[in-house]
Write a protein that binds this ligand. Structure first.
Ligand SMILES: Cc1ncc(COP(=O)(O)O)c(C=O)c1O
Length: 470
Protein backbone atom coordinates (compact mmCIF):
# COMPACT_ATOMS: atom_id res chain seq x y z
CA UNK A 1 0.00 0.00 0.00
CA UNK A 2 1.41 3.41 -0.92
CA UNK A 3 0.91 6.24 1.53
CA UNK A 4 0.36 9.78 0.29
CA UNK A 5 1.85 12.47 2.43
CA UNK A 6 0.86 16.14 2.13
CA UNK A 7 3.92 18.26 1.49
CA UNK A 8 4.69 20.23 4.67
CA UNK A 9 3.60 23.86 4.32
CA UNK A 10 7.03 25.15 5.26
CA UNK A 11 8.89 23.09 2.66
CA UNK A 12 11.08 25.05 0.23
CA UNK A 13 9.03 23.91 -2.76
CA UNK A 14 5.80 25.00 -1.14
CA UNK A 15 7.29 28.40 -0.22
CA UNK A 16 8.61 28.85 -3.77
CA UNK A 17 5.17 27.94 -5.14
CA UNK A 18 3.60 30.56 -2.87
CA UNK A 19 6.10 33.19 -3.99
CA UNK A 20 5.38 32.52 -7.66
CA UNK A 21 1.66 32.74 -6.91
CA UNK A 22 2.15 36.09 -5.15
CA UNK A 23 4.23 37.44 -8.04
CA UNK A 24 1.55 36.32 -10.47
CA UNK A 25 -1.07 38.09 -8.34
CA UNK A 26 1.01 41.29 -8.29
CA UNK A 27 1.39 41.11 -12.06
CA UNK A 28 -2.30 40.40 -12.66
CA UNK A 29 -3.57 43.07 -10.28
CA UNK A 30 -1.01 45.73 -11.09
CA UNK A 31 -2.34 49.25 -11.14
CA UNK A 32 -2.80 51.17 -14.34
CA UNK A 33 -1.05 54.43 -15.11
CA UNK A 34 -3.34 57.35 -14.33
CA UNK A 35 -3.70 58.84 -17.78
CA UNK A 36 -4.59 62.38 -18.78
CA UNK A 37 -7.91 61.21 -20.19
CA UNK A 38 -8.96 60.46 -16.60
CA UNK A 39 -7.08 63.19 -14.79
CA UNK A 40 -7.82 66.18 -17.06
CA UNK A 41 -11.66 65.94 -16.95
CA UNK A 42 -11.35 65.56 -13.17
CA UNK A 43 -9.24 68.73 -12.88
CA UNK A 44 -11.62 70.61 -15.19
CA UNK A 45 -14.55 69.54 -13.00
CA UNK A 46 -12.87 70.98 -9.88
CA UNK A 47 -11.91 74.18 -11.72
CA UNK A 48 -15.54 74.83 -12.67
CA UNK A 49 -16.00 76.20 -9.14
CA UNK A 50 -12.65 78.04 -9.08
CA UNK A 51 -14.21 81.47 -8.54
CA UNK A 52 -16.31 80.32 -5.57
CA UNK A 53 -13.23 78.77 -3.95
CA UNK A 54 -11.22 81.95 -4.46
CA UNK A 55 -14.00 84.14 -3.01
CA UNK A 56 -14.28 81.80 -0.04
CA UNK A 57 -10.50 81.91 0.56
CA UNK A 58 -10.36 85.68 0.36
CA UNK A 59 -13.48 86.28 2.47
CA UNK A 60 -12.84 83.72 5.21
CA UNK A 61 -9.09 83.22 4.83
CA UNK A 62 -7.27 79.87 4.81
CA UNK A 63 -6.81 77.13 5.81
CA UNK A 64 -10.45 76.15 5.56
CA UNK A 65 -12.68 73.17 4.92
CA UNK A 66 -15.00 74.05 2.07
CA UNK A 67 -18.28 72.14 2.46
CA UNK A 68 -20.07 71.93 -0.90
CA UNK A 69 -23.68 71.24 0.08
CA UNK A 70 -25.16 71.06 -3.47
CA UNK A 71 -22.54 68.45 -4.34
CA UNK A 72 -23.58 66.35 -1.33
CA UNK A 73 -27.23 66.60 -2.35
CA UNK A 74 -26.37 65.58 -5.91
CA UNK A 75 -24.33 62.57 -4.80
CA UNK A 76 -27.14 61.47 -2.48
CA UNK A 77 -29.74 61.72 -5.23
CA UNK A 78 -27.53 59.67 -7.55
CA UNK A 79 -27.00 56.96 -4.94
CA UNK A 80 -30.73 56.70 -4.22
CA UNK A 81 -31.77 56.80 -7.88
CA UNK A 82 -29.34 54.02 -8.74
CA UNK A 83 -30.90 51.66 -6.21
CA UNK A 84 -34.48 52.81 -6.84
CA UNK A 85 -34.11 51.59 -10.41
CA UNK A 86 -33.84 48.01 -9.13
CA UNK A 87 -35.38 47.81 -5.67
CA UNK A 88 -38.64 49.01 -4.21
CA UNK A 89 -37.70 48.37 -0.57
CA UNK A 90 -34.34 49.54 0.72
CA UNK A 91 -32.99 51.98 3.32
CA UNK A 92 -29.82 54.02 3.45
CA UNK A 93 -28.02 55.04 6.65
CA UNK A 94 -25.10 57.44 6.28
CA UNK A 95 -21.98 56.16 8.08
CA UNK A 96 -21.24 59.17 10.25
CA UNK A 97 -17.67 58.07 10.93
CA UNK A 98 -16.71 59.05 7.37
CA UNK A 99 -17.45 62.72 8.13
CA UNK A 100 -19.24 63.68 11.32
CA UNK A 101 -19.61 67.38 10.50
CA UNK A 102 -23.09 68.34 11.72
CA UNK A 103 -23.90 70.23 8.47
CA UNK A 104 -23.30 67.06 6.42
CA UNK A 105 -25.30 64.81 8.76
CA UNK A 106 -28.13 67.35 8.96
CA UNK A 107 -28.38 67.62 5.15
CA UNK A 108 -28.46 63.85 4.75
CA UNK A 109 -31.15 63.46 7.38
CA UNK A 110 -33.16 66.14 5.54
CA UNK A 111 -32.72 64.07 2.33
CA UNK A 112 -34.43 61.16 4.10
CA UNK A 113 -31.43 59.07 5.11
CA UNK A 114 -30.91 57.52 8.50
CA UNK A 115 -27.59 57.67 10.36
CA UNK A 116 -25.21 54.81 11.09
CA UNK A 117 -23.30 55.48 14.32
CA UNK A 118 -20.52 53.52 15.97
CA UNK A 119 -20.10 55.03 19.43
CA UNK A 120 -22.06 56.67 22.21
CA UNK A 121 -20.82 60.09 21.18
CA UNK A 122 -21.89 59.54 17.56
CA UNK A 123 -25.23 58.28 18.86
CA UNK A 124 -25.63 61.42 21.00
CA UNK A 125 -24.84 63.49 17.92
CA UNK A 126 -27.43 61.66 15.78
CA UNK A 127 -30.07 62.09 18.52
CA UNK A 128 -29.25 65.82 18.80
CA UNK A 129 -29.72 66.18 15.07
CA UNK A 130 -33.26 64.85 15.48
CA UNK A 131 -32.56 61.83 13.31
CA UNK A 132 -35.50 59.40 13.55
CA UNK A 133 -33.74 56.33 12.14
CA UNK A 134 -30.44 55.44 13.71
CA UNK A 135 -28.49 52.19 13.57
CA UNK A 136 -25.83 51.66 16.18
CA UNK A 137 -23.10 49.15 15.35
CA UNK A 138 -19.54 48.46 16.44
CA UNK A 139 -17.56 46.17 18.72
CA UNK A 140 -17.00 46.68 22.45
CA UNK A 141 -19.97 48.93 23.18
CA UNK A 142 -19.89 50.03 26.81
CA UNK A 143 -22.86 49.62 29.17
CA UNK A 144 -23.24 53.42 29.10
CA UNK A 145 -23.55 53.35 25.31
CA UNK A 146 -25.96 50.41 25.34
CA UNK A 147 -28.12 52.14 27.93
CA UNK A 148 -28.38 55.24 25.73
CA UNK A 149 -29.56 53.04 22.84
CA UNK A 150 -32.12 51.35 25.10
CA UNK A 151 -33.42 54.70 26.36
CA UNK A 152 -33.93 55.95 22.79
CA UNK A 153 -35.23 52.70 21.32
CA UNK A 154 -38.02 54.39 19.37
CA UNK A 155 -35.27 55.82 17.13
CA UNK A 156 -32.45 53.30 17.42
CA UNK A 157 -31.83 49.82 16.03
CA UNK A 158 -28.99 48.18 17.89
CA UNK A 159 -26.69 46.07 15.74
CA UNK A 160 -25.12 43.70 18.23
CA UNK A 161 -21.62 42.34 17.99
CA UNK A 162 -21.50 39.24 20.18
CA UNK A 163 -23.31 36.92 22.58
CA UNK A 164 -21.57 38.76 25.43
CA UNK A 165 -23.11 42.03 24.26
CA UNK A 166 -26.50 40.32 24.08
CA UNK A 167 -26.14 39.31 27.74
CA UNK A 168 -25.30 42.86 28.79
CA UNK A 169 -28.21 44.29 26.77
CA UNK A 170 -30.51 41.77 28.41
CA UNK A 171 -29.30 42.93 31.83
CA UNK A 172 -29.79 46.61 30.95
CA UNK A 173 -33.28 45.93 29.59
CA UNK A 174 -34.20 44.37 32.94
CA UNK A 175 -33.13 47.58 34.71
CA UNK A 176 -34.96 49.93 32.34
CA UNK A 177 -38.76 50.27 32.42
CA UNK A 178 -40.09 48.04 29.63
CA UNK A 179 -43.08 50.13 28.69
CA UNK A 180 -43.66 50.85 25.05
CA UNK A 181 -41.93 49.28 22.14
CA UNK A 182 -39.14 46.74 22.41
CA UNK A 183 -35.57 47.50 21.33
CA UNK A 184 -35.12 46.57 17.67
CA UNK A 185 -31.89 44.72 17.08
CA UNK A 186 -29.73 42.96 14.54
CA UNK A 187 -26.56 40.90 14.69
CA UNK A 188 -23.34 41.52 12.82
CA UNK A 189 -21.88 38.63 10.87
CA UNK A 190 -18.12 38.32 10.57
CA UNK A 191 -16.91 37.77 7.06
CA UNK A 192 -13.84 39.69 5.88
CA UNK A 193 -10.33 38.45 6.45
CA UNK A 194 -8.53 40.79 8.82
CA UNK A 195 -11.84 41.94 10.33
CA UNK A 196 -12.12 39.04 12.77
CA UNK A 197 -12.81 41.29 15.76
CA UNK A 198 -16.27 42.09 14.40
CA UNK A 199 -19.47 40.12 14.81
CA UNK A 200 -20.15 36.40 15.03
CA UNK A 201 -19.57 33.55 12.53
CA UNK A 202 -22.49 32.96 10.16
CA UNK A 203 -22.82 29.42 11.53
CA UNK A 204 -23.77 30.88 14.94
CA UNK A 205 -26.61 33.01 13.55
CA UNK A 206 -29.36 30.54 14.45
CA UNK A 207 -28.14 30.17 18.03
CA UNK A 208 -27.86 33.93 18.43
CA UNK A 209 -31.36 34.61 17.07
CA UNK A 210 -32.81 31.96 19.35
CA UNK A 211 -31.14 33.44 22.42
CA UNK A 212 -31.99 37.01 21.42
CA UNK A 213 -35.63 36.00 20.88
CA UNK A 214 -35.80 34.87 24.50
CA UNK A 215 -34.77 38.29 25.89
CA UNK A 216 -37.73 40.28 27.16
CA UNK A 217 -37.96 43.73 25.58
CA UNK A 218 -35.73 42.81 22.60
CA UNK A 219 -36.93 42.37 19.04
CA UNK A 220 -34.17 40.75 16.92
CA UNK A 221 -35.01 41.61 13.33
CA UNK A 222 -31.99 41.58 11.14
CA UNK A 223 -28.49 40.73 10.02
CA UNK A 224 -25.64 43.15 9.38
CA UNK A 225 -22.43 42.59 7.50
CA UNK A 226 -19.87 45.09 6.23
CA UNK A 227 -17.11 44.78 3.66
CA UNK A 228 -14.80 47.68 3.06
CA UNK A 229 -12.84 49.25 0.21
CA UNK A 230 -14.93 47.64 -2.56
CA UNK A 231 -13.79 48.84 -5.96
CA UNK A 232 -16.52 46.68 -7.44
CA UNK A 233 -19.64 45.03 -5.98
CA UNK A 234 -18.13 41.52 -6.03
CA UNK A 235 -17.54 41.23 -2.25
CA UNK A 236 -21.03 42.53 -1.43
CA UNK A 237 -22.64 40.17 -3.95
CA UNK A 238 -20.66 37.25 -2.55
CA UNK A 239 -21.81 37.88 1.02
CA UNK A 240 -25.42 38.28 -0.09
CA UNK A 241 -25.19 34.88 -1.80
CA UNK A 242 -23.59 33.27 1.27
CA UNK A 243 -26.25 34.62 3.59
CA UNK A 244 -29.05 33.70 1.17
CA UNK A 245 -27.86 30.08 1.04
CA UNK A 246 -27.37 29.93 4.80
CA UNK A 247 -30.86 31.23 5.53
CA UNK A 248 -32.60 28.84 3.20
CA UNK A 249 -30.60 25.77 4.28
CA UNK A 250 -30.01 26.27 7.98
CA UNK A 251 -32.57 28.52 9.63
CA UNK A 252 -35.89 27.05 10.80
CA UNK A 253 -39.13 28.74 9.79
CA UNK A 254 -39.69 30.04 13.33
CA UNK A 255 -36.45 32.05 13.32
CA UNK A 256 -36.82 33.21 9.71
CA UNK A 257 -40.19 34.77 10.57
CA UNK A 258 -38.53 37.25 12.93
CA UNK A 259 -36.14 38.60 10.28
CA UNK A 260 -36.98 41.86 8.51
CA UNK A 261 -33.70 43.31 7.15
CA UNK A 262 -30.31 42.47 5.75
CA UNK A 263 -27.84 45.34 6.19
CA UNK A 264 -24.85 45.02 3.84
CA UNK A 265 -22.89 47.94 5.38
CA UNK A 266 -20.85 50.41 3.35
CA UNK A 267 -17.62 50.13 1.40
CA UNK A 268 -18.77 51.59 -1.94
CA UNK A 269 -15.64 53.05 -3.49
CA UNK A 270 -16.05 56.34 -5.44
CA UNK A 271 -16.00 55.77 -9.17
CA UNK A 272 -12.90 57.82 -9.87
CA UNK A 273 -11.03 54.81 -8.45
CA UNK A 274 -8.11 54.63 -6.09
CA UNK A 275 -5.27 57.02 -7.00
CA UNK A 276 -1.82 56.08 -5.81
CA UNK A 277 1.76 57.25 -5.76
CA UNK A 278 4.32 54.80 -7.16
CA UNK A 279 5.46 53.60 -3.72
CA UNK A 280 1.96 52.37 -2.92
CA UNK A 281 1.40 50.30 -6.00
CA UNK A 282 1.96 46.57 -5.62
CA UNK A 283 5.08 46.83 -7.84
CA UNK A 284 6.36 49.80 -5.86
CA UNK A 285 5.98 47.92 -2.59
CA UNK A 286 7.70 44.87 -4.03
CA UNK A 287 10.63 46.86 -5.41
CA UNK A 288 11.06 48.75 -2.14
CA UNK A 289 10.96 45.54 -0.16
CA UNK A 290 13.89 44.28 -2.22
CA UNK A 291 15.79 47.60 -2.30
CA UNK A 292 14.60 50.27 0.11
CA UNK A 293 16.88 52.89 -1.54
CA UNK A 294 15.36 52.39 -4.97
CA UNK A 295 13.96 55.71 -6.19
CA UNK A 296 10.56 55.26 -7.74
CA UNK A 297 9.44 57.63 -10.47
CA UNK A 298 6.95 60.48 -10.01
CA UNK A 299 4.15 58.75 -11.95
CA UNK A 300 0.59 58.36 -10.75
CA UNK A 301 -1.32 55.10 -10.81
CA UNK A 302 -4.83 53.99 -10.24
CA UNK A 303 -7.13 51.10 -9.54
CA UNK A 304 -10.40 51.22 -11.40
CA UNK A 305 -13.70 51.35 -9.56
CA UNK A 306 -17.26 50.72 -10.73
CA UNK A 307 -19.94 53.37 -11.01
CA UNK A 308 -22.66 53.40 -8.36
CA UNK A 309 -25.11 52.38 -11.08
CA UNK A 310 -23.07 49.18 -11.59
CA UNK A 311 -22.93 48.58 -7.83
CA UNK A 312 -26.71 48.96 -7.62
CA UNK A 313 -27.41 46.68 -10.58
CA UNK A 314 -25.19 43.84 -9.36
CA UNK A 315 -26.11 44.09 -5.67
CA UNK A 316 -29.84 44.29 -6.34
CA UNK A 317 -29.61 41.58 -9.03
CA UNK A 318 -27.85 39.14 -6.69
CA UNK A 319 -30.24 39.97 -3.90
CA UNK A 320 -33.36 39.36 -5.97
CA UNK A 321 -31.89 36.25 -7.57
CA UNK A 322 -31.65 34.54 -4.16
CA UNK A 323 -35.44 34.50 -3.85
CA UNK A 324 -37.12 33.94 -0.45
CA UNK A 325 -36.34 33.88 2.37
CA UNK A 326 -33.54 36.39 1.67
CA UNK A 327 -35.41 38.52 -0.84
CA UNK A 328 -38.29 38.94 1.65
CA UNK A 329 -35.95 41.04 3.78
CA UNK A 330 -35.50 44.77 3.28
CA UNK A 331 -32.01 45.68 2.04
CA UNK A 332 -30.19 48.23 4.18
CA UNK A 333 -26.93 50.00 3.31
CA UNK A 334 -24.46 52.19 5.20
CA UNK A 335 -22.45 54.22 2.68
CA UNK A 336 -19.96 56.71 4.11
CA UNK A 337 -17.11 57.52 1.76
CA UNK A 338 -19.21 57.44 -1.41
CA UNK A 339 -21.48 60.21 -0.12
CA UNK A 340 -18.99 62.40 1.70
CA UNK A 341 -15.73 62.28 -0.24
CA UNK A 342 -16.50 64.98 -2.82
CA UNK A 343 -18.57 67.13 -0.44
CA UNK A 344 -15.57 68.73 1.24
CA UNK A 345 -12.30 70.22 0.01
CA UNK A 346 -9.41 71.88 1.83
CA UNK A 347 -8.22 75.34 0.80
CA UNK A 348 -4.69 76.44 1.68
CA UNK A 349 -2.44 79.43 0.90
CA UNK A 350 1.26 79.45 0.18
CA UNK A 351 3.09 81.28 2.98
CA UNK A 352 6.69 80.63 2.03
CA UNK A 353 8.67 79.65 -1.03
CA UNK A 354 12.06 78.04 -0.55
CA UNK A 355 13.71 77.95 -3.95
CA UNK A 356 12.07 76.95 -7.23
CA UNK A 357 10.68 73.62 -6.15
CA UNK A 358 9.47 73.94 -2.57
CA UNK A 359 6.61 75.80 -0.94
CA UNK A 360 5.13 75.81 2.55
CA UNK A 361 1.41 76.28 3.04
CA UNK A 362 -0.54 77.70 5.97
CA UNK A 363 -2.34 74.41 6.79
CA UNK A 364 -0.80 71.15 7.97
CA UNK A 365 -1.87 67.57 7.49
CA UNK A 366 -3.37 67.69 11.00
CA UNK A 367 -6.40 68.80 8.93
CA UNK A 368 -6.46 65.30 7.42
CA UNK A 369 -5.63 63.54 10.67
CA UNK A 370 -3.24 61.15 8.90
CA UNK A 371 -0.46 61.20 6.36
CA UNK A 372 -2.75 60.49 3.46
CA UNK A 373 -0.71 62.23 0.71
CA UNK A 374 2.23 59.92 1.42
CA UNK A 375 0.24 56.98 0.09
CA UNK A 376 -2.51 58.37 -2.11
CA UNK A 377 -2.08 60.69 -5.04
CA UNK A 378 -4.11 63.85 -4.47
CA UNK A 379 -3.87 66.35 -7.33
CA UNK A 380 -3.16 69.79 -5.84
CA UNK A 381 -4.38 72.69 -7.98
CA UNK A 382 -3.13 76.24 -7.81
CA UNK A 383 -6.42 78.16 -8.06
CA UNK A 384 -4.66 81.51 -8.38
CA UNK A 385 -2.63 80.41 -11.45
CA UNK A 386 -4.52 77.35 -12.70
CA UNK A 387 -3.27 75.11 -15.46
CA UNK A 388 -3.77 71.52 -16.51
CA UNK A 389 -0.02 71.07 -16.62
CA UNK A 390 1.70 69.44 -13.71
CA UNK A 391 4.83 70.96 -12.18
CA UNK A 392 7.21 69.25 -9.82
CA UNK A 393 7.04 71.28 -6.61
CA UNK A 394 7.21 69.90 -3.11
CA UNK A 395 4.22 71.23 -1.21
CA UNK A 396 4.59 71.05 2.55
CA UNK A 397 2.34 72.01 5.42
CA UNK A 398 3.49 74.27 8.23
CA UNK A 399 3.66 71.69 11.02
CA UNK A 400 7.00 71.18 12.68
CA UNK A 401 7.45 67.64 11.30
CA UNK A 402 9.01 66.45 7.99
CA UNK A 403 6.06 64.12 7.33
CA UNK A 404 3.72 67.07 6.90
CA UNK A 405 3.55 66.77 3.10
CA UNK A 406 0.62 67.69 0.84
CA UNK A 407 2.20 66.46 -2.38
CA UNK A 408 5.12 66.52 -4.77
CA UNK A 409 3.56 68.38 -7.67
CA UNK A 410 1.01 71.03 -8.42
CA UNK A 411 -1.27 71.79 -11.36
CA UNK A 412 -0.64 75.44 -12.11
CA UNK A 413 1.40 77.83 -14.23
CA UNK A 414 3.67 78.66 -11.34
CA UNK A 415 3.36 78.91 -7.60
CA UNK A 416 4.01 82.02 -5.54
CA UNK A 417 3.52 83.23 -2.00
CA UNK A 418 -0.15 84.11 -1.46
CA UNK A 419 -1.48 81.63 -4.05
CA UNK A 420 -4.54 79.62 -3.06
CA UNK A 421 -4.28 75.85 -3.43
CA UNK A 422 -7.12 73.35 -3.35
CA UNK A 423 -6.74 69.83 -1.96
CA UNK A 424 -9.83 68.38 -3.63
CA UNK A 425 -12.27 65.72 -2.46
CA UNK A 426 -11.18 65.47 1.16
CA UNK A 427 -14.64 64.81 2.60
CA UNK A 428 -14.12 61.22 3.70
CA UNK A 429 -12.04 60.12 6.69
CA UNK A 430 -10.29 63.47 7.13
CA UNK A 431 -12.54 65.95 8.92
CA UNK A 432 -13.56 63.30 11.50
CA UNK A 433 -9.92 62.36 12.03
CA UNK A 434 -8.49 65.90 12.10
CA UNK A 435 -6.74 66.99 15.23
CA UNK A 436 -5.36 70.14 16.77
CA UNK A 437 -1.76 69.00 16.63
CA UNK A 438 0.64 71.94 16.70
CA UNK A 439 -1.88 73.96 14.67
CA UNK A 440 -5.61 74.22 15.38
CA UNK A 441 -8.32 72.55 13.30
CA UNK A 442 -9.61 74.72 10.47
CA UNK A 443 -12.97 76.44 10.20
CA UNK A 444 -15.70 75.08 7.92
CA UNK A 445 -17.17 77.30 5.21
CA UNK A 446 -20.49 76.10 3.85
CA UNK A 447 -21.35 76.73 0.22
CA UNK A 448 -25.07 76.61 -0.36
CA UNK A 449 -25.13 77.11 -4.15
CA UNK A 450 -25.56 80.88 -3.92
CA UNK A 451 -24.03 81.88 -0.62
CA UNK A 452 -20.99 81.19 1.52
CA UNK A 453 -21.01 81.26 5.30
CA UNK A 454 -18.78 80.18 8.11
CA UNK A 455 -20.38 77.44 10.16
CA UNK A 456 -19.45 76.96 13.77
CA UNK A 457 -19.31 73.30 14.77
CA UNK A 458 -22.48 72.95 16.84
CA UNK A 459 -22.32 72.28 20.54
CA UNK A 460 -24.70 69.34 20.39
CA UNK A 461 -26.37 67.72 23.40
CA UNK A 462 -24.19 65.00 24.91
CA UNK A 463 -27.01 62.85 26.44
CA UNK A 464 -24.76 62.15 29.41
CA UNK A 465 -22.13 60.43 27.25
CA UNK A 466 -18.57 61.39 28.17
CA UNK A 467 -16.39 63.22 25.61
CA UNK A 468 -18.99 63.66 22.91
CA UNK A 469 -16.76 65.91 20.83
CA UNK A 470 -16.81 63.81 17.66
C1 LIG B 1 -19.91 48.99 9.93
C2 LIG B 1 -19.53 50.01 8.94
N1 LIG B 1 -20.48 50.53 8.14
C3 LIG B 1 -20.19 51.46 7.21
C4 LIG B 1 -18.89 51.93 7.05
C5 LIG B 1 -18.66 52.97 6.01
O1 LIG B 1 -17.78 52.50 5.03
P1 LIG B 1 -17.48 53.39 3.75
O2 LIG B 1 -17.14 54.75 4.23
O3 LIG B 1 -16.33 52.72 3.10
O4 LIG B 1 -18.72 53.37 2.91
C6 LIG B 1 -17.86 51.42 7.84
C7 LIG B 1 -16.49 51.87 7.69
O5 LIG B 1 -15.53 51.35 8.20
C8 LIG B 1 -18.19 50.42 8.82
O6 LIG B 1 -17.24 49.89 9.61
Amino acid sequence: MTMMYARPKNSRIFQAYKLVKTLFKVFKNREEVLLGRILIPYLKGILEKKNVFLVSASKFSTPQYFFDEPCLTEMTARFMESFSRHLSRYRVFYAMKSNSFAGICRRLVAEGLGLDVSSGSELARALSLDCREIIFSGPGKTDEELRLAVQHRSRVTLLMDSLGELQRVSHILKQEPVQGEPLRAGIRIRHQEGWSKFGIPLDDLGLFLKRAGEVRGLDPQGIQVHSSWNLDPGPQAEIIRRIGIHLSRNLPEGLLKSLKFLDIGGGFWPEQGEWLNAQNTLWGKLIQAVDSDFELGPGHYYRKACSIEDFAEQIAGTYLQQGPPLSNLELWMEPGRWLSHSAMHILLSVVDKKGKDMVITDGGTNLLGWERPLSEFIPLINLTRPSLTEHRVRVFGSLCTPHDVWGYSIFGKDVRVGDVIIVPDQGAYTYSLSQSFIKPKARVIQYGGESLREVEEEGLKDFGIRSSNV
